[in-house]
Design a protein around this ligand. Sequence first.
Ligand code: BGC
Length: 450
Amino acid sequence: MAKAKKSIVFPDGFLWGTAVCSHQADGHNENSDWWAWEKKGKIYDGTVSGAAADMLNRYPEDFELMEKLGYNAFRLSVEWARIEPKRGQYSEEGLAHIENVLKELRKRNIKACLTLYHWVLPKWVADDGGWVNRENVERFRAFVEKVVERVYDDVDIWVTLNEPTAPLFAGYVLGEFPPEKRNPVLAVKVFKNLLRAHAAAYAVIMAESARRGETEKPVIGIAMALAEVESSNPDNPLDRGLHEMIKFLHNDAFIDACQTGRVPFPFGVNEKIEGLAGSFTFVGVNYYTRFRFNIKQKKMPRELTDFLYLPEGIETTAMGYEVYPPGFYNILKEMSKFGVPIYVTENGIADETDEQRPGYLLRHLAQVKRAIDDGIDVRGYFQWSYIDNFEWRFGFVKRLGLVTYDPVTFERETRPSAYMYGDIAKKGRITPALARKYAPEVVPELWGDE
Ligand code: BGC
């Protein structure tokens, strides 16, 4: 007789969240660099962020839906361009808005994870050199002070920066994001200034906590873009070396620097940055895929996926990424080296029809559980994304939401995986019956054959 399958059970108090970024989901981030750049026809599908998913106005309805579905956490961001649309002029409307949003989450008992920088700058900051200009670090600090002063009590988890390597490489090496530079000298400056910006935000939050005489440190970290980077041809030393270098630049250099307090080569010569050493109390993991690069690529590469080694037959997402759940476990294990708790700040899939998403989600959650069982302190999981939104250069064609919406009326429509995730969140477990219902194809991988 077949053995009964056991549920995959998560610890009590685990956070079951979803995530968005204000520029991508709220809409009308009019005083920002991206807003201006989109208008120049830079987005592949010819769109602009515009009203995005209109969360700016619909957040009460969205939070009601999250509560109903059973999600107990939400990751969102505050836009510097809304708080300080012009240099030195703080917007009461912007501050009141983020305060109201966070209070609405509190009211519904949904824990708030707030990101302070998610790739978008006020236009005036970008025009004055963006992250190349060190003065903008001090301006960022002042903005963070305003936010912290206003909403400290309403935030449970602070993310200083989202994926700092993305604006760095896409904006200053590949020239794919504003300000479209391909200049390693500028990239080095940006790397250092982003480290300084993180250290500044960390210091502001810690100072507020100290002022209040709190005995426990606030929860502060960076949402790091972390891919499993693996050589596609490990017998070839050149290929192996290339992959090790990419792993270092993409995954490790920034977060390691936040631990050591020093700027590593090639971004620096091991010089110290004030207040950087040990400047996080958790690690935020954004995991989507495995990177295996094809160094013999013949096609003229345009996007990241053009460089990837994707052999026939492997499952990929609508972004063209490989689906590779074991890499998630490896990353969680690696990040446990810092000895602080981990939150999965992003994980998700572009899939308009919702055919792949349930399986993707279950397989990745099973890896989180595997990590927890191995003693890795993972405290929560934020699915990217709560709702379809403006997917940067791709515009609106890549659909990563658990929820979608009508582009004219903005009426929300809940995808099946949103209910599935809600069931897991409410019960704190994945039952075999749930997996059979939503993604029977993953049952053998999760529990072994009958
Ligand atoms: C970013 C998000 C983005 C998501 C999906 C992450 O790298 O933080 O802003 O939408 O990936 O591509």
